[in-house]
Design a protein around this ligand. Structure first.
Ligand code: N2P
Length: 612
């Protein structure tokens, strides 16, 4: 029987179609929804190009784009300078040494990204280097060099040696041979590998996130930061553009390798890439001229009002570079992996303790923050994590609780056990936060959130393992949106985001579990190695102004430790139970503390829960 009759053609085409749909459907959705009038991804409300227009005015995004292009260009040039000679040399090596080189070169391509990321971050931390453009560049060159070497080497292997011999017979020296014979022959490989390197550098997220410091946010990092506050059509639009560039580069690389391109054909393409990188950079220099000072801010996602930074920039003739995080662990990792270059950070209570203990914080100059005494509510000052407020100035406060859809869940128990109920399988979301997860499980078992006791922690772990099959996800960034859309019915969440969700959908309720929960105070701190300490003090003082603080409460749903801001808040806000939990219900609550050595145990148990 002939092979063709086993699988008929229509079936085969259908199969191909399914494969392509599988590959391209998500990208198609991204593209289509980037033109959707509605802010939400859930329904289509008509065609618009507004999100692309908004993009063009988004300063942070344009800066990130310029950074990415500039990093990509420098990475490409450096990788070529190092990789082309290496590829040429390798093509002529004798075979036994060859294998060792081959393996060494292949390794950066096959070693998991995360390992390279950790290794480089560790190296820079050890060398006490300031994380920034230089560290990104060196790392990008390190992971892209092998591509250049491999492509050049395989092209080189096809060079007819008699061409070189002929040139030498005619009197050409080694340099002339290289530039007049070898290099023109290598043109397709050089062009293809430069496009490849540029694209890989442009798209890299994982490694860059470990080695980038303040003010060097690249486009993928910026997109990730934006996505922490929810997926919006603006993000779809920027992703669509990035995808377009990547596809164009990949096609061009393919074309360069197939057609025997000459330098003359290559020149316009290379010039175009160079211009694409240099023009935005020049433009950025030009638009930032006049701002002589830069403040590098590292803050929880969802902790600022839309105008907070703009007003500061205008009033203080400064520029704010802002990066976001949504877990204490991510923030600690960044601040400890070297000199990240931030001027102001906003750690939570126990993280202030950890950073201070490790010498990572600078003592504050209180005389430069007069609003601290004038405006802050004294009950938030002098807390055990920093008894004299030498290092921290309280900003927001709140509690972790349960947000739930009243219209979906009926009556629910008033404690943590609600998040363990079988009938809510697939509709429960927990914070992606190890201390909060263990906190809930410890409280449910009647223990302290700050337990260091092995048996208690093991019991909490067992509970978390039992809960895991019921969960839809762990999510610390946009859990409130899952409630609003109805994808989740019960979430463990921080009160501010739930307060915001209640405003969007009154069918949402908030409850502080009767066993008690975590209360938090997130504070402004200045890292020990901050470069702009005076401006950092000015920024903190500005954030404590009543109008600034009140605007933050209105926009974010989080409460501030600012007494002077209260007159600026509406009655409705002051009466929102998710925003101002009454002191009775806060009685059994605890603040997370640095649990020292026990952190390692919790970390291990948490990893076990997650990987099960
Ligand atoms: C804001 C997170 C609040 C952090 N997205 C609670 N400490």
């Amino acid at each position: 029987m002939m092979a063709g009759s086993y699988v008929s053609h229509p079936k085969l085409s259908l199969f191909t179609l399914v494969i392509f749909a599988f590959l391209y459907l998500p990208l198609a959705v991204l593209l289509v929804f980037s033109f959707n009038e509605s802010r939400l991804m859930v329904d289509w409300q008509g065609f618009t190009t507004i999100w692309y227009r908004i993009l063009l005015q988004d300063q942070g995004l344009l800066d990130a784009l310029a950074n990415s292009l500039w990093v990509g260009l420098c990475t490409t040039v450096l990788s070529l300078l190092l990789g082309v000679p290496a590829g040429v040399g390798l093509a002529r090596r004798s075979s036994h040494r060859h294998i060792a080189f081959e393996v060494l070169l292949l390794l950066p391509l096959v070693v998991p990204e995360i390992i390279l990321a950790v290794a480089f971050a560790g190296l820079y931390g050890f060398a006490k280097l300031r994380l920034g453009f230089g560290t990104i560049l060196v790392t990008h060159v390190a992971f892209s060099l092998s591509y250049v070497v491999f492509m050049v080497r395989s092209r080189m292997a096809r060079l007819n040696p008699s061409l070189v011999e002929a040139a030498m017979d005619l009197g050409a020296g080694p340099c002339q041979v290289f530039f007049r014979v070898i290099l023109p022959f290598l043109a397709p490989a050089v062009l293809a590998s430069s496009l490849m390197v540029f694209t890989i550098s442009l798209d890299d997220y994982v490694i860059t996130s470990f080695v980038a410091g303040a003010g060097n946010t690249t486009l993928p990092l910026q997109i990730y930061s934006m996505a922490k506050e929810g997926l919006t059509p603006e993000i779809n639009a920027v992703c669509t553009l990035l995808m377009g560039v990547t596809v164009a580069m990949a096609l061009a690389a393919h074309w360069a390798q197939r057609a025997a391109v000459s330098w003359r054909k290559m020149a316009p393409v290379l010039l175009l890439i160079a211009a694409a990188a240099i023009v935005p950079l020049g433009w950025r220099r030009w638009t930032t001229a006049g701002h002589d000072q830069v403040l590098n801010l590292y803050i929880w996602s969802g902790y600022l009002a839309p105008d907070t930074l703009k007003v500061f920039e205008q009033r203080f003739q400064a520029r704010v570079q802002c990066d976001l995080y949504d877990s204490v662990e991510a923030m600690l990792a960044k601040l400890q992996s070297g000199n990240a270059g931030y001027d102001v950070v906003v750690p939570s209570d126990y993280a202030v303790q950890i950073l201070q203990r490790r010498g990572r914080l600078s003592p504050l100059n209180r005389s430069q923050i007069p609003n601290l005494e004038q405006n802050l509510d004294p009950q938030f000052l002098g807390r055990p994590f920093d008894p004299e407020n030498r290092y921290s100035v309280p900003y927001t406060w709140g509690a972790t609780g349960i947000g739930y859809r009243k219209d979906r869940v009926g009556t629910i128990p008033g404690g943590w056990e609600a998040l363990w109920e079988e009938r809510f399988r697939g509709k429960i979301v927990m914070l992606d936060d190890m201390r909060e997860n263990f906190g809930a499980a410890l409280k449910l078992s009647g223990f302290s959130i700050n337990s260091r006791n092995r048996a208690e922690l093991e019991a909490a772990k067992t509970l978390l393992e039992k809960q895991k099959p019921l969960l839809q996800a762990y999510n610390s960034s946009n859990f409130q949106e899952l409630l609003v859309s109805g994808d989740a019915w019960l979430v463990q969440g921080w009160n501010g985001q739930i307060a915001k969700a209640i405003r969007d959908n009154p069918a949402i309720g908030f409850l502080l579990p009767r066993q008690g929960t975590t209360v938090f105070i997130d504070s402004f701190c200045i890292p020990a190695n901050a470069a702009h300490k005076a401006l950092a003090h000015q920024f903190i003082n500005y954030m404590l102004e009543p109008e600034t603080a009140a605007a933050v409460v209105k926009a974010t749903g989080y409460n501030v430790a600012n007494r002077a801001a209260r007159p600026y808040l509406s009655k409705a806000l002051l009466n929102n139970p998710a925003l101002f939990p009454d002191s009775g219900s806060l009685e059994k609550c605890e603040m997370l503390q640095d649990i020292g050595e026990a952190t390692l145990l919790v970390d291990r148990l948490w990893t076990e829960v997650r990987s099960k």
